[in-house]
Design a protein around this ligand. Structure first.
Ligand code: C2E
Ligand code: MG
Ligand code: MG
Ligand code: MG
Length: 287
């Protein structure tokens, strides 16, 4: 009996070990597969920009469109950025792909202009890794020249954490981008590692309050106090302020009463493909 039990334990141990290595191999294989698919995705035309409106809180009209990247992966459908952007940042592919997003945004803006739609500024997300790429400013300039877009119709969204990294270098790049006439905003404000001093030092024009503070706005007096403080701070620094992740009429009403200027969230629209975004702009013109 004792021998039998021993035998079973050993066998189970060996099986667990095999199971564990199989799982590790599977994870590594999946990671490798994801990475090699991502390497080909740009050339295969699998990326597409989606658009989510940022609305003017008093008129509820579309004010800006944020460009949000999607990956149409064969046999997997639409893949959301949180499951591939971190990998693109890690392997540097965010540099060519980020450049592609910017170019697509500018081309789209020009197409809508040619269609006679009222101009709408487009907001493009920039990741920290893109700032480390020496050619960033030159590639932006090239895209502006080639598409002929008015730089005031483009905005870059940068997170606090990105702003705080590599301080002086980032500062110089932002100064050059700002000098080109492109506006800068701080994304996910209030969640990153940051210092309020940079609001004065960096040439930013807009703050986007992270949706973590909006989510329980109706239930939480603390969140209401934080949001009110961010709005007051933005006002006194003459910055525009956007509330992210607005999902309910109650949140909208509170933000409006607090004097928030702009809002974005599922209450108004989810991020949508180009054609649907175009419909939103056509409806805006009709309203
Ligand atoms: P973000 O720039 O903070 O974008 C806002 C995210 O919140 C989007 O997720 C949007 O779909 C989502 N969202 C908007 N309204 C609501 C709402 O009412 N409720 C909830 N629960 N969510 C809402 P998405 O599209 O999955 O993008 C995630 C993040 O991926 C973005 O966060 C941005 O950091 C990054 N990202 C997306 N596109 C690009 C890109 O082209 N370049 C770079 N570098 N990053 C990108
Ligand atoms: Mg953003
Ligand atoms: Mg955000
Ligand atoms: Mg975010």
């Amino acid at each position: 009996h004792a021998d039998g039990a021993m035998y079973h334990a050993k066998a189970a141990g060996r099986n667990n070990y095999q199971f564990f290595t199989q799982k590790m191999n599977l994870a590594a294989a999946q990671h490798f597969e994801l990475e090699s698919s991502l390497r080909g995705a740009l050339a295969l035309g699998q990326f597409e920009p989606h658009f989510q409106p940022i609305i003017d809180i008093t008129t509820r009209r579309v004010h800006t469109m944020e460009v949000l990247l999607r990956w149409r992966r064969p046999s997997q459908g639409l893949v959301m950025p949180d499951s591939f952007i971190p990998l693109l940042e890690e392997n540097g592919l965010i540099v060519p792909i980020g450049e592609w997003v910017m170019r697509r945004a500018c081309e789209q803006s020009m197409e809508w202009l040619r269609m006679g739609l009222e101009p709408v500024p487009l907001a493009v997300n920039l990741s920290p890794r893109q700032f480390m790429h020496r050619g960033l400013v030159e590639s932006i300039q090239r895209i502006l020249d080639e598409t002929g877009i008015d730089p005031s119709m483009i905005e870059f969204e940068i997170t606090e954490t990105a702003l705080m990294q590599h301080g002086e270098h980032t500062m110089e790049i932002l100064g050059r981008i700002n000098a080109m006439g492109i506006r800068l905003s701080i994304d996910d404000f209030g969640t990153g590692y940051s210092s309020l001093a940079y609001l004065k030092r960096f040439p930013v024009k807009k703050i986007k309050i992270d949706r973590a503070f909006i989510k329980e706005l109706e239930e939480s007096a603390e969140d209401r106090a934080i949001v009110a403080a961010i709005i007051a701070l933005s006002d006194s620094l003459q910055l525009s302020v956007v509330a992210e992740g607005v999902e309910t009429e109650g949140q909208y009403a509170l933000l409006r009463a607090q004097g928030c200027q702009y809002a974005q969230g599922y209450l108004f629209s989810q991020p949508v493909p180009r054609v649907n975004a175009q419909n939103l702009l056509e409806r805006r013109a009709a309203a």
